[in-house]
Design a protein around this ligand. Sequence first.
Ligand code: MSP
Length: 473
Amino acid sequence: MKKQNKFYITTPIYYVNDKPHIGHAYTTVAADVLVRWHRLLGEEVFFLTGTDEHGAKIEAAAQKNGQDAQKFVDEKTQTFKNAWQELNIKYSNFLRTTDNNHVRAVQNALQVFFDKGLIYKGNYKGLYCVSCEQYKLEDDLVDGKCPEHNIEPILMKEECYFFKLSQFEKILIEKISSDELTIEPEERKNEVLSFLRRGLKDISISRKNVKWGIVLPFDESQTVYVWVDAFLNYLTGLGWDGSTGKTPDFFPPDIQLMSKDILRVHATIWMALLLALEIPLPKKIFVHGFFTVNGQKMSKSLGNVIWPEDLVEKFGADGARYLLMSSLSYGQDGDITMERFVGKYNADLANGLGNLISRVFNLIEMNFEGKLKADSGVNLDIGDLMKDLKFFEALQRIKEKIDWGNKYIDETELWELVKTDKNKAKKVLGELLAVIVKVGESLAPFMPETSQKILQSGRAKKITKGEALFPRL
Ligand code: MSP
């Protein structure tokens, strides 16, 4: 049953062929920011993330490592959990597709599809990109290569089971064009619609040659296609057991976050599975852009990655979260480099926020014995932006207030003013303190620890300069 005042958000479950890079962190931090925001609004929140552990790609990665697949995925999954912990991400559940409950539910669901006549046996021939875990059409390729991974797909021919995806073409076009299932940004929705209008083909949903997967309940010689296994996580992560028509608490998702690499499969296969199960569709898919390095997508396969632990080590958890969320407009691609992160950290956090706080707190401590009341009525509302997932713009709005504060100190020559006109200085400091407190409140979803520190010191009976929040690098 749908709960009142609830908010269910998901990230993709990530492949565990390697440890997470900051592209994965980008989606997961964004989800965490939204979760914290919706909690502040008083909503009951469920935040699901996890790992996608089966399939040819993982099987190959384990082999390459000379490791038993289960042991390999256990180790890799731990690197995701560690990274999320370091980034202060507070998920409600971390779903692993090798969990017994998930495996059983997937098998139950497959039996449902089979019994409904949605699955039939046949032969599939096509070009397969193992890194995408997807068959590709000639149209999808650039110079004969998968543009996503820059590798040539392999020709595969196999006896397999098909899922009648084509049957769902019309209803999907209806639901997406009417925004019953919203896909944002708009250009992504149009992309999906034009793909659907070119016609949906049935898909192969089993693999004879992949051993590392969930065995089909109606044919033990085959395993289920890893995407079908993976999609059902959004249900099993809520404790769903694989029965048709049984919608778990919190379902459907209010927002499913992902990047454009996996939108098409979500908008087709995942939605068709839900329709087949007679379970309501998600309300919204929000598609963000790629972090690129020199114009190329940052990815493990391309070997041009920045790791989250390096960000945390250099900038702290909050610094890393800030940099991830403020580097590009959510929905757009953008080039990033470590140098640019350092520049932004120094400009926005060390010289901006940190400096404002230490100047104001210092002046209050030295001239008013730390006792000063904040003004009221600071105008800084990011609610409209948060509603539209405009994180970059929200942080920009906060930054403008901080810049205003630093400029105000310079313009009033506040360090002189405290000596020449104490009353006036007191008024200015009251205004600045109010700005700091408001900034502290607004930063709560983005930088939870910093926000808490700012609010504690800013509301303290006796304000002291304290330690620098963000030492210059
Ligand atoms: N396992 C599938 C998803 C199954 S969901 C039912 C998968 N995994 S993945 O590890 O490749 O993760 C893809 C997702 O990671 C992207 O959609 C995006 O959320 C995030 N990102 C991976 N690389 C990224 C960038 N370079 N930039 C931004 N986000 C990136 O696909």
